[in-house]
Structures are given as structure tokens and as C-alpha cells.
Design a protein. Structure first.
Lengths: 404, 871, 159
């Protein structure tokens, strides 16, 4: 408690780049920093540099809608994200930094019987893997979220929901800062405002990176760059089956507690939660067109407002304060591409769509293990890039229309 | 108490309006705002601050700052300084425990404690983990401002109007008016929108251009889209040229006590004295970096407030400056140790161009060191800035030191951001902790993230930040412009909230017959008409009719129609004779099942293609895409809505049809999978003899305006045969008895035709078709899972989506399951591992957490040899 | 086989008297004056270049496609005159007429000085024509209840 009045640096000021690191991590977001943190903490690998083109957490890590959950459709996905939730639950204490993880519960609404079938499938898979997840009918939806409009005379009547009690929201910036502080204390160097402009290779393996602040030699490069994944992979001549799209969100003015559960509707392309600052945070589906241009659009505000008011008519006079846009790297089966590539020493964490933030700690632990041992951990074996060549996809598509 | 009437005042003293504040009636004049009326009634404390619950009073009177946010008729966070009074309006304070004047939470300001340092919550309440939910509940309770009545319904009407203008001028100040006049003189179609706040906002209704006020531009979006908040109408302007004349925003000074009640910006003085004839106080001090402060001093004198001291920062630079108060209200100001008593303190830190709209439109925002402000540069081609929005005339900020003024003693807080209660110490501390880029510092301290959207805190915080990090303001850049420019209500954005919904021509007939309607894609369709079992029975034993108008229907015509379809589908059509039909599955280029339907050949070069109800638009787009790529001589026409479709099915369907048509419907004249054109009850129909529900049946496709007529006629003429309309639920049971697949339910985005036991539809000996390589790959590697039928050993119906369990883990899934009276069993379809995909294989399905045994079935459960279907 | 099953205008046959019903009949039952049902207008889709036979209106809705409007009684004749690549869409499209620019602005994000044009009306794909103060809107008939409701609601908002 006394500690809070003392001013202590979170991390060292940015220093000069060294000529050589064992591992260079491209991307100072939640994945890059988590990988750096666990490399140092679990494996004692500390000659590591995290290179970030802007400030830490400036990309997807600082723009996502902070939902953490594990009620996925595929056994591979559910198992993986469940480990991530468990790591997140411990992370505040581990980092000695309160990430404000609010496990308030996550409700995915069903407006059609087809949607209920998909949710039943998810709940059954989840339960077999020990994940708290179940399909609830309208009376329990009403109990869990009395604010919802459950009348039948609406465009999208609520027929039930997939309820995931351990799903929650977490302060995204805190995750970035906590991991950055942990990585820094572990000895890792963090270099904001350092952009990677090239990847050096020799005999099919990486040997270094070129940056806007000079060249570096290294044995391993991790690309954890979300919306920019394809551009970074291109530098290593690795082709990723990924398209980049924008995802938009907005917050309202802060309100006293109104909503204490996360409400998602795939059919209405909207999800709603209340942050611990009191803002109602509303996000949408990935826009169908591909772009690297993060421009916010007005129609997004209009249709989201329409849909939110259908669920919560009480919010009619609540005002929108800010909207923003993030880039999403979408893979064909909505599962990540994680691990080694055909270029030795070039490791990727990509193809996350809207799921990246949820996976930060488990990506960090598994990639750190992969780098340290040279072996792909079993948990991430299904997510190799190779699966697109062998046609062994891990499809979260049926669950993914909107799935934050 | 009002000042004597003046010609300038906006109030009408002959008309009074009564509204309620905290339940007490308040008298106001027409022309008052809620804020001016409350001020006239003696109220000085208008809100409590976000974190410290410090008393706050009117500051800008221009709708910028957060100090007058109140609940008005249930709407949270209304800026009452600009909200006109209305009879009977109910106004309440917000974020207060107790009352505005005695807020129990103000203890936070007094005792300090753990809730004061910036980012305290990241460092506390970490252990024990069990206690966190309680801490969190407390945190949430103290956060937030307004409250929402959880039982409220939508009550206001908001409309949306689409407007066009050649030139849209935003802001009706002198520069905006000049720009509008000039454009109008050039013969342009000009519209000017104004927030209606400026003193001279009694805008002249001029010839040559249209003026809309009060109306506030929300943003400048791509494509020249400028949405404008005009109260209860959202005006969606599309303009060829946008002229931004949004003016400048007065900036505060940073000194201890700068948030006390009684500290005013010059605009507040101007508006209080001139518009509403109110005296801001008895004795004032003015500290200013520009002429606005001097003008305010003049206004004060005219209103009878004595001006005890004017400090012009352009000529004197004090080293120390602080305001002191009691009960949150300013009582004295000390400048370089010289203390002056006062109850009004006017501060003017210069003015900052209101560039947010421009930045959002794509302009770069650059720091102008000589003037101490940010100015917009590199405007996009269709956007122009004029007047003070462009930085013209803005000066004064340069006279303001970048650091905050020191107080005489410790204790007085100096606020950089009054929305979020962020002090200069908080900013310095954030920098010292390593949050050393402006974006990081912003995220950590939350400065600029409050209701004023940075209007009053952006410039001071960046200047303070630059000073503390010893960086040049120009190198820091600004934080990202995030629209909207002004808070905008969700109701206004939503408009009337109509969502397009598709209905078949028989929708109202279904409702009249008591159908329960259910969603299928964009359509609503009858689940049943109340008695599912009887509807199933009617089809098995007599005759039933179902509305299948929702099927997608495409005409594919042209000399290349055969080549086109053969390249799209894995199946063959060249050998299909006119008048015959073939079932077909459409695949993606990755070999996945995309849709299914029937393809009937009408003539050598005309095909009639049906799709699933939900797939029609996707398939149409798919067809048009490939048609464009391949360049065939084929035209594709979507006739989905042109034609209604009815499936008349059951052993008596033939006899019924025979009464209504001259067509030869005998088994020889009109066989299974034949297509015919004929009149039925006088309506021209395309008749398809197909049988999704497994009994003898005919699909009638005919012009939709005759749907009710033909439906009525069938029910009337079939009454003696026991005809019943049937819904989707009976149809699902009937087709499941035949193990007919529903694409999208029994298949998903990863299913392919081979694993789904549809290899008879895939002709590998064709030259090429979409997805051929992928299906060849599937054929080589063998199946990963198979779609099979199953029957439950004990009659329990498993849930759709239920899991096939092997060794305690998910190994497959149930896609369809129903009880069938005709079969006498619980039956279903499921994806199972190939090793279990044999007749009589025993599988286990999880039902309510238990494992229930089932047997795999590879043939239809009912009429396995299709004798009834082909009868 | 032909495509006669798309034809809306029927000669009575076999002693049956098929009754045509507009998709907008119910939706416009309580319509104020100025809103008219035009669903029985003849509508044809033509691929490729179109010559305009007398008595018809031609609206180009895509580079290679046009919507041809004519009187219901003339559909058969016009169809013959337009050649092979014509599809009778009379039944597919509902039509209505509204009066007043203001009402039209509440329905569609279209440049009303640049009509006819294809665009969204009440969030539904439509073709809009203008004759002075009157606007004719043609759209897929399955949206008739929706569009009818939106138009009446918008009119009520201006009343």
C-alpha cells in the first residue's frame, strides 16, 4: 500500500541498440511483451530486444475491447484459450500490477435456433474440457442481465444464450504495462519508436534485422505484429494466408454501474460491456473489406447504435464520446498461426482476427518454450502455418460471426 | 437577481418557464438555459468532480467543459449551460452522495488516501485475490457520472435526413458567414450549420444560402459525409466542399485552485452578463494572456462587478499564482505573494483553434511555437479552414508558461484535466514512472479522455508534458483525433431503428392461420401451425403444403450455360435433358460445401437453379463473380422475389393437382425429377417433381402476386383430402426421416462433399470445376470424419450440437436430432470419426452430462428405397 | 419450355380467376394522400444494350443491365420487342410513389437532382425515378411490408 505513494520507474529509459541479441521480438504489444517476459522469467533468456514502431501497446493491444474468455468451438481452441484465462487469473499477482481483471461473465445471445445449435456445440465441447460454459434460456438470461430487452416483438428476439461465467474484461493497457515492466525487470530491452525495415537471412535462416535505428544480428525473430503481420512476414519472404481488416469500437460517456455482464450478439454484430471507468464499450464485427487504413466510419456508429438500443433501449439518451479503429489479421479458419515457419528462426504469432488479446499470456509462455527448447509445445501444435498446406484446419468459423 | 434589461439579452422577461431542480420548482425566463436559470436562482455549485468530488461551478458556459453536467429528464450528462429551459423539465445532479452542496464523497479530496495518486488502482487491491471482486464493485460504484433508469423505454423520436450541399459551412461566426456569402455569390448551393452558441448566433436568415441552427457537426468522414446533430434529426450531409469555421476554444491556466467555483473563462462572463443579464459576482480578479480577458473585465464592470485586479501575462510574468477558497468557492487570489480577495476569477490562457474536425478529416496538426498553439496543416482537398479554426487571430497562449504556476504553500491542487481530476503532479509523476510518450501518458493519467474530449486539457497537458520531458512541443505531436467531435446521443445515431426484414407473399396468411414464426436468415417462416405431429402425419398419409418461397431462384441462360454450370458445380449438366432436374451441391474453391439446390433444365440454354433460403444472395454474388472472371456468354437473373413457391406433398398430392391442372400428372407423364410448365388453378407455374420431405410431391413456382390466391385455392380444393399447411419443424422431421441433409445445419464451413457422403455428386472426370484440386486432395488423404445417421438405443433425443464422445473427449457432433413417430425412434445425423462410420457402429452421445448409446445408420430411416418418393 | 411462369398479366383460363394481390396492399392501407402503390407497373430486366420501344422508360441500373418500365398491359408486347435477353421482373419488384423532397431525403441517401438512380431506400436496394415533386421507387417485393412501414413512419414524422 505504501508503495503507491512512491514514484518508481516502470521500466528503464530506452537505451542504444546493441549489435546483437539472441532474440529480437518485432511488436511491442501484448504478445511481443508476453513472449519477452516469459523468455526471461521461465527460461532465463534475457539477451532479448522488443522493437516497437510506435509506443508500447499502440496497436491492437491498446485498441481491442479487452474481453477474455475460453468458450471456443474447437477442442484445440478451447483448451488453448482456457490456459490463457488461467494465466490471466494469476497475472496480476505475478506481475504485482493490478490488471483489473473483471470476471463478470460473458453472454452470447442466440436469436435463431441455428445459433442455439452452435452454442450447444460450444457448451458441450467446453464442458468436456472442464470449461465453465452452458446454454441458458430466456429466464436465466433475464436473471443474469435484467437490463436486456427480452420482448418478442423486436427484430432479434432473444431465444437463449451461451453463458461463460469466467469470461471477463481486463484493462488492456495494464496488461501491456505490467508485462513490459516484468520483461524490463527480467533484463529484456524494450525499444519503442524503432521500426523494422528488413530481415536478413542466410542459408534459409534469419541472421538479423534492419531497423530505422540501425542493424542488429540475431538468431531468432518473433513477429507479433497483428494487423501488420503480412508486411513483416513479407520481409522474410514468408507468405501468410492472412487478410487485414479493420475492427471498430466506441465508448459512451461514463455512467454509474448499469451492466455487469458482457453481452454479445453475433447476428446483430455488436457486443456491449461496461468498463470499470463506467463507459459503455460497444464493438462490432470485423469490416468485410481489407485495408491497412485505420479510419473510423460513421455508418458503424449508426448501425451499432441501432442494435445496441434494440438490446438496451434505456441507453437512448446516452452519448458517444469516442470511436476508434484497429487492424485485425484474419486467417482463413479464424484460428491463429503460431510457431515456426519455413524460414529457420522466424517465428510468428499471427492470424488472430479478434482473438489476439485473449491469448497474450499463453502465446508468451508457449513461444518462449518453443524458442528455448526448439520444440513446438503440444498446446500450439494445431496452429502451425503448415496446416494450410496439409488442409488440417482448426475452424472457429461457425462460432466466429462475432466472437469477442 | 437580474441586471436591468438590455437590448442584447436573450431572455424574454414577459414569459416565465418553471422547471424542477432536485424536485424544487425553479422559475426561469423564456430564453434562459437551465444553467443560467439555476445561476439566477443563486446556485453556484453545479457538479462534483469525477474523482475528488470537488465542487465545480460554471466555467465556460459554452458547452465545452464538464462542470455543469446534470441529469435532465433522465438523460445523463447534459450540459445545462447550453440546454434551453422547458416547462416541467426535471433536473438532478449526478455523481453525488448526498447533495451537490454536501457531497459525502468529498472526503476523498480531504483525506487523500490511496485514491489520489494517478494510476493507484494498478498498484493496489492485488492481494488477496478473493477480495478483488469487492474492491472492484466499490471502484465501479465510485466511477461513472450519470445514472440510467433500468426500466426506461425508448421515448423520443429521432429521424435521419440525407442532405446534399455543394458547400457546407460549419460555424456561423464572422468567418463562416463570410465564407458562406462568398460561395453563394459564386452560385454554389450553400448550407451553413451553427451550434447556436455564439453571441451573435441570432443568425441572419440571408438570401443565397440555407442556415441551420442549432446544429452541430459530428465529424467529417470519408466521402464528404458530415453528420450534423440538429436536435431530434440527424442531418447526414454529403458535401463537395466543407468549410470549417469552428472557431477557437478558450484555454485555462494552470495554477493551484484553478478549478474552484467562481473561476471563469471569458466566454462565461460574456454570456452570463450579456445573454442572461446576470452578475457573475461582486469582486473579480482577471488573469489573462489575451484580449479576451480584458474584454471580460469590461463586461464585469458593466455588470456591476468590481474588478480588483487585472494581470496581463503579456506584460507581467508572475512566478507564483494561486487561488484559495473555502467550501470549494474562490475567496482570494495571490499573485507573487500579493493576495486579493475576490469571488470571481477570470482566467484566459489564450485560445486554441478548434481543429478536431479538421484532424479527423485528415489534416496534420502542428505545434506553432511562436503562438503556443496547435494549428491544422495539409488539409485534404475538399476541406477548408477559415477564421480562428485555421489559427487566424489566435494568440495569447504564447504568453502562458508551459509549466504550471506554483502555489504559495502545498496543498492546493492544480488541475490539468478537470474531467478526470488529473493534476500537474499526476502528469509529472507519470513521466517520472516512465510513461514518457504523450500517448502513454494520456492512457496512464486518462487526461483528455473525459467528457470535454480534450477541449480544455489537450493543449495544457501537452505543453506541460513537453516542459517536463524537455522535448519540443512540435516533436511530441498530438494524440490521435477520435471522432465524434461532440458527444452524440445513441438515439440520434440509431434513428428510427427500422431493420429490413424479408417476408414471403404468404406471410400474412401464415399469421392468420396461427403459425408461430421463426427466423431463418433474413426471413421469418412458420415453425408450425400449432400441431407438429399432425402436420407430419398429413404429409405421410394425405397431403400437406409448405411455403418454400424463400428458396433462392436463379435463371441461368445463354449459349454457355452448360459450360458455366459445369465449371461451378462438381456435378455434370450437359447430359441433363430439358424438362429434367438434378440435385447439386455448390463448392468453394477450397472444396467446402457452400450451398445446395436443384437445377432444372428448361431448354437447351436455359436453366432454373434453386439455392437454400439463406444462401441466395451469396450464390448470386458467387455466380456473377465467376461469370465476370470466365467471360462466358451467360446471363444470371435473380427471380427469387418474382416467384412464390409451394411444395405440395403427400400421397394425395397427385390427385389434388389433377383437379387444378390440365397437365398430365400421371407417374408416366410427370415422373420423379421432371420439370413441367403448366397452369395450376389458372396460374402459370413451373412444376418440379422433387421430394425433400420424402413423399410424392410437387414444387410449384409461380408469380408471387398470385401466392395468396393459389394457397387459398389449394387449401379449399384439398380440404376433402385433409390438406394441412405445414411448417419448418414438421419439414425438418420429414427430411430427417429420409436422412436428407440441410446445408448449413448438417454441414459447416469446413465440410466437403466427399466426407458428407455426396461423392455421387462429384465428377472427377470433368476437366475442371471450382474446388476440384481440393476435393482430389480430400480423396487422396481419405476422410477425417463422416456424416452418418444414428438412432438412439433408448429413445432419448440428444441436443443438436451435442457431442459424440470417445475416451472422454469430443470426437464428433450431432447436427440434427428429432423424435420420429413414423420410425418410432429418436433419430439424427452426426459427424463421427471414420472408424465409427459403419452401419451398426456403436457411438456414445453426451446428453445432459450423461453418455447415451446410439447406433450408426447409413440408409434413410424411412422408405429407404424411395418407393413413396418415386411413386 | 418458356419462361411464361414469370408472367403476371394473365388471360383467364380453365374457369379459374386468379386474383392478383399487390405486395404493398396491406402496408399502404392507411397511407396518407400522396403515397401510391405502383406495384402493377410492368418491369423488365434487359441485359446489354437497350433500344427504347415507344411508351416505355429505360433506367440503366448497371453498365450491362437496364430496368424497363411500361404499362402492365404492354409487358407482353414490350418483351417481344426487346429481344431475347429480357426477364419479366414485374412480380419481383414492388413500386410506390411518394411526394416531397423532404420525405424522400428521410428515405434515401441519393442525390435527388441526379435521378433516376439505383441506391438504397429504407436500407433496401431500389431504383428511384423523379417527376417533379413525385418520386417512384421500385424495390424487391419481399421487403414490401418493411418499406411500406418506413415510408409511412417517415411521412408521419414530417406531418
Amino acid at each position: 500500500m505504501r508503495d503507491i505513494f512512491r514514484t518508481r520507474r516502470m521500466w528503464r529509459p530506452r537505451g542504444e541498440l546493441k549489435d546483437r541479441y539472441d532474440v529480437v521480438i518485432v511488436g511491442g504489444g501484448s504478445h511481443g511483451l508476453a513472449t519477452a517476459y516469459y523468455l526471461a522469467k521461465n527460461h532465463g533468456i534475457t539477451n532479448v530486444a522488443v522493437l516497437e514502431q510506435s509506443y508500447i501497446g499502440s496497436g491492437a493491444a491498446g485498441r481491442n475491447t479487452t474481453i477474455v474468455r475460453s468458450n471456443y468451438r474447437t477442442p484445440e481452441g478451447a483448451r488453448f484459450y482456457q490456459r490463457s484465462v488461467e494465466l490471466y487469473e494469476r497475472l496480476s499477482r505475478e506481475l504485482d500490477f493490478n490488471l483489473l481483471f473483471s470476471q463478470q461473465g460473458h453472454l452470447t445471445l442466440a436469436h435463431s435456433d441455428r445459433a442455439l445449435i452452435t452454442m450447444t456445440e460450444r457448451a458441450e465441447v467446453n464442458q468436456l474440457l472442464g470449461i465453465d460454459s452452458r446454454v441458458v434460456g430466456p429466464p436465466e438470461v433475464a436473471r443474469l442481465c435484467p437490463e436486456l430487452d427480452l420482448s418478442h416483438d423486436v427484430t432479434w428476439p432473444i431465444l437463449g444464450a451461451l453463458y461463460h461465467p469466467r469470461g471477463g474484461i481486463i484493462r488492456h493497457d495494464a496488461v501491456v504495462w505490467g508485462l513490459a515492466r516484468g520483461a524490463d525487470r527480467g533484463g529484456v530491452e524494450i525499444h519503442p519508436y524503432t521500426e523494422v525495415t528488413g530481415i536478413e537471412r542466410s542459408n534459409g535462416r534469419v541472421t538479423g534485422v534492419r531497423t530505422t535505428r540501425g542493424d542488429i544480428e540475431c538468431d531468432t525473430i518473433v513477429s507479433a505484429t497483428a494487423g501488420w503481420s503480412t508486411l513483416v512476414a513479407d520481409l522474410a519472404d514468408v507468405r501468410l494466408p492472412i487478410t487485414t481488416h479493420i475492427l471498430q469500437a466506441f465508448v459512451t460517456e461514463p455512467l454509474k454501474p448499469f451492466l455487469d455482464v458482457i453481452v454479445v450478439s453475433s447476428q446483430m454484430h455488436v457486443y456491449v460491456s461496461q468498463t470499470d471507468r463506467g463507459e459503455i464499450l460497444i464493438g462490432a464485427e470485423i469490416e468485410p473489406y481489407t485495408t491497412y487504413r485505420g479510419t473510423s466510419t460513421f455508418p458503424f456508429l449508426e448501425y451499432s447504435a441501432r442494435h445496441v438500443l434494440e438490446l438496451f433501449p434505456q441507453l437512448e439518451n446516452v452519448s458517444v464520446l469516442r470511436q476508434w479503429t484497429g487492424l485485425c489479421d484474419l486467417s482463413p479458419d479464424y484460428s491463429p498461426i503460431l510457431g515456426v515457419t519455413e524460414v529457420d528462426g522466424f517465428v510468428v504469432s499471427a492470424g488472430w482476427g479478434t482473438y489476439g488479446f485473449k491469448a497474450a499470456p499463453i502465446v508468451g509462455t508457449t513461444l518462449a518454450e518453443l524458442i528455448s527448447t526448439g520444440r513446438t509445445p503440444e498446446l500450439i501444435a494445431p496452429f502451425t502455418l503448415e496446416r494450410f498446406y496439409t488442409d488440417t484446419l482448426v475452424s472457429e468459423l461457425a462460432a466466429a460471426a462475432v466472437s469477442h | 437577481m437580474r441586471l436591468p434589461p438590455s437590448p442584447e439579452e436573450r431572455i424574454d422577461r414577459s414569459r416565465t418557464v418553471t422547471f424542477f431542480f432536485e424536485g424544487e420548482p425553479i422559475e426561469a425566463y423564456a430564453g434562459d438555459t437551465i444553467g443560467s436559470a439555476l445561476f439566477a436562482a443563486g446556485r453556484r455549485v453545479f457538479s462534483r468532480s469525477f474523482k475528488y468530488h470537488r465542487p465545480r461551478g460554471l466555467l465556460c458556459c459554452s458547452g465545452h467543459c464538464p462542470n455543469c453536467l446534470m441529469q435532465v429528464d433522465g438523460a445523463p450528462s447534459v450540459r445545462v449551460c447550453t440546454a434551453p429551459v422547458r416547462e416541467g423539465t426535471r433536473v438532478r445532479s449526478q455523481n453525488v452522495l448526498g447533495s451537490l452542496d454536501r457531497d459525502l464523497l468529498a472526503v476523498v479530496d480531504k483525506v487523500g488516501g490511496p485514491f489520489t495518486p494517478v494510476g493507484f488502482y494498478y498498484r493496489t487491491m492485488i492481494r488477496p485475490r478473493r477480495a478483488w471482486p469487492y474492491y472492484e464493485r466499490f471502484l465501479r460504484r465510485v466511477a461513472g457520472l450519470g445514472t440510467i433508469d433500468k426500466h426506461a423505454r425508448r421515448s423520443s423520436r429521432f429521424d435521419t435526413e440525407h442532405r446534399r450541399a455543394e458547400v457546407l459551412v460549419i460555424g456561423g461566426g464572422p468567418s463562416g458567414l463570410d465564407a458562406a456569402r462568398a460561395a453563394a455569390r459564386d452560385g454554389r448551393r450553400v448550407v451553413l450549420v451553427d451550434e447556436g452558441l455564439a453571441l451573435d448566433a441570432q443568425l441572419p436568415r440571408e438570401d443565397g444560402f440555407e442556415t441551420i441552427a442549432p446544429a452541430r457537426a459530428i465529424g467529417i468522414y470519408e466521402g464528404g459525409l458530415v453528420p450534423v446533430d440538429a436536435g431530434d434529426v440527424l442531418l447526414r450531409f454529403r458535401a463537395e466542399r466543407v468549410v470549417v469555421a469552428s472557431g477557437a476554444i478558450e484555454q485555462p491556466l494552470l495554477f493551484p485552485g484553478n478549478d474552484l467555483v467562481g473561476v471563469l473563462l471569458p466566454s462565461a462572463v460574456r454570456r452570463l452578463t450579456r445573454l442572461w443579464s446576470l452578475r457573475p459576482g461582486e469582486r473579480a480578479v482577471v488573469i489573462t494572456a489575451d484580449d479576451r480577458g480584458l474584454a471580460a473585465a469590461e463586461d464585469l464592470r458593466r455588470a456591476g462587478t468590481s474588478v480588483a485586479r487585472v494581470v496581463d501575462l503579456r506584460t507581467t510574468q508572475p512566478a507564483q499564482m494561486a487561488a484559495r477558497g473555502s467550501h470549494g468557492r474562490v475567496r482570494s487570489v495571490s499573485v507573487d505573494g500579493d493576495s486579493v480577495d475576490c469571488d470571481v476569477l477570470v482566467m484566459s490562457g489564450g485560445s486554441q483553434p478548434a481543429y478536431s474536425l479538421l484532424a479527423q478529416a485528415g489534416a496534420r496538426v502542428e505545434y506553432d511555437g511562436t503562438r503556443g498553439i496547435f494549428v491544422p496543416r495539409d488539409l485534404p482537398p475538399h476541406v477548408e479552414a477559415v477564421g480562428s479554426a485555421a489559427g487566424e487571430g489566435a494568440r495569447g497562449a504564447a504568453a502562458v508558461p508551459a509549466a504550471s504556476y506554483r502555489g504559495t504553500e502545498s496543498g492546493g491542487r492544480c488541475f490539468v484535466c478537470i474531467c478526470e481530476d488529473v493534476t500537474d503532479k499526476d502528469v509529472k509523476r507519470a513521466i517520472a514512472e516512465g510513461f514518457d510518450s504523450i500517448e502513454l501518458a494520456k492512457r496512464y493519467t486518462t487526461v483528455t479522455m473525459g467528457p470535454c474530449q480534450g477541449r480544455l486539457c489537450h493543449l495544457p497537458s501537452i505543453r506541460l508534458y513537453a516542459r517536463e520531458t524537455r522535448a519540443e512541443e512540435a516533436t511530441i505531436g498530438t494524440t490521435t483525433a477520435r471522432p465524434p467531435w461532440a458527444p452524440v446521443r445513441l438515439g440520434l445515431l440509431a434513428g428510427r431503428g427500422h431493420e429490413p426484414a424479408k417476408r414471403t407473399s404468404l406471410h400474412h396468411r401464415h399469421k392468420e392461420l396461427g403459425a408461430q414464426m421463426m427466423w431463418t436468415g433474413e426471413w421469418r417462416r412458420p415453425h408450425s401451425y400449432g400441431d407438429v405431429a399432425a402436420e407430419v402425419r398429413a404429409v405421410h398419409e394425405g397431403v400437406g403444403v409448405i411455403d418454400v418461397s424463400t428458396l433462392g431462384k436463379l435463371l441461368v441462360s445463354g449459349p454457355d450455360a452448360v459450360s458455366f454450370l459445369e465449371r461451378l458445380y462438381p456435378n455434370r449438366f450437359g447430359d441433363l435433358k430439358p424438362g429434367r432436374i438434378r440435385y447439386a451441391v455448390l463448392g468453394t474453391d477450397a472444396g467446402r460445401i457452400m450451398d445446395d439446390g436443384t437445377i432444372g433444365r428448361l431448354s437447351e440454354r436455359d436453366f432454373y437453379v434453386t439455392t437454400t433460403s439463406t444462401g441466395a444472395e451469396t450464390v448470386l454474388a458467387w455466380f456473377e463473380w465467376w461469370n465476370a472472371v470466365w467471360g462466358y456468354d451467360v446471363s444470371v437473373d435473380n427471380v427469387t422475389g418474382a416467384l412464390a413457391a409451394l411444395n405440395v406433398a403427400g400421397p394425395r398430392s397427385r390427385a389434388l393437382l389433377a383437379r387444378l391442372t390440365e397437365l398430365d400428372v400421371s407417374p408416366d407423364g410427370f415422373g420423379y425429377l421432371d420439370a413441367r410448365e403448366a397452369r395450376v388453378a389458372g396460374v402459370p407455374c413451373l412444376l418440379l417433381r422433387i421430394g425433400f420431405v420424402g413423399e410424392l410431391g410437387y414444387e410449384l413456382h409461380f408469380p408471387s402476386p398470385y401466392a395468396e390466391y393459389l394457397w387459398d385455392t389449394l387449401l379449399e380444393r384439398g380440404a376433402d383430402a385433409g390438406i394441412r399447411p405445414f411448417g419448418l419443424e414438421p419439414q425438418r422431421i420429414l427430411r430427417l426421416e429420409k436422412a436428407h441433409v440441410i446445408v448449413g445445419q448438417d454441414t459447416d464451413s469446413e465440410s466437403n462433399a466427399l466426407d458428407a457422403n455426396m461423392s455421387w455428386l462429384v465428377k472427377f472426370d470433368k476437366d475442371d470445376f471450382v474446388g476440384k484440386w481440393a476435393l482430389e486432395h480430400v480423396r487422396e488423404r481419405g476422410p477425417r470424419e463422416r456424416l452418418v445417421g444414428f438412432e438412439m438405443a433408448n429413445g432419448t433425443v440428444p441436443p443438436e450440437g451435442g457431442q459424440i464422445v470417445v475416451d472422454g473427449l469430443p470426437a464428433g457432433r450431432v447436427t440434427s436430432a428429432r423424435w420420429s413417430d413414423a420410425v418410432g425412434k429418436a433419430i439424427g445425423l452426426a459427424w463421427v470419426p471414420p472408424a465409427l462410420a459403419d452401419e451398426d457402429s456403436r457411438i456414445e452421445i453426451r446428453v445432459d452430462g450423461r453418455l447415451e448409446p446410439a447406433l450408426v445408420r447409413l440408409r434413410p430411416f424411412f422408405d429407404p428405397d424411395d418407393e413413396r418418393l418415386r411413386a | 419450355m418458356s419462361r411464361d411462369f414469370l408472367a403476371v398479366e394473365l388471360a383467364p383460363a380453365d374457369g379459374f380467376e386468379p386474383r392478383w394481390r399487390s405486395p404493398l396492399e396491406r402496408a399502404l392501407r392507411d397511407a396518407p394522400p400522396g403515397i401510391r402503390d405502383l406495384s402493377r407497373t410492368g418491369k423488365l430486366h434487359v441485359h446489354g444494350d437497350v433500344g427504347a420501344p415507344p411508351g416505355v422508360e429505360v433506367v440503366r441500373v448497371a453498365p450491362d443491365r437496364a430496368l424497363v418500365l411500361c404499362a402492365a398491359a404492354d409487358v407482353e408486347r414490350v418483351r417481344g420487342e426487346l429481344g431475347e435477353r429480357v426477364v419479366d421482373m414485374s412480380a419481383a419488384l414492388a413500386g410506390l410513389e411518394v411526394r416531397g423532397e423532404r420525405l424522400m431525403r428521410r428515405l434515401a441517401d441519393l442525390d435527388l437532382d441526379a435521378l433516376p438512380a439505383a441506391g438504397a431506400v429504407a436500407h433496401v436496394p431500389a431504383t428511384v425515378l423523379r417527376d417533379g415533386d413525385a418520386f417512384r421507387i421500385f424495390f424487391p417485393q419481399e421487403y414490401a411490408d418493411h418499406v411500406g412501414a418506413v415510408v409511412l413512419d417517415a411521412a408521419a414524422g414530417l406531418a
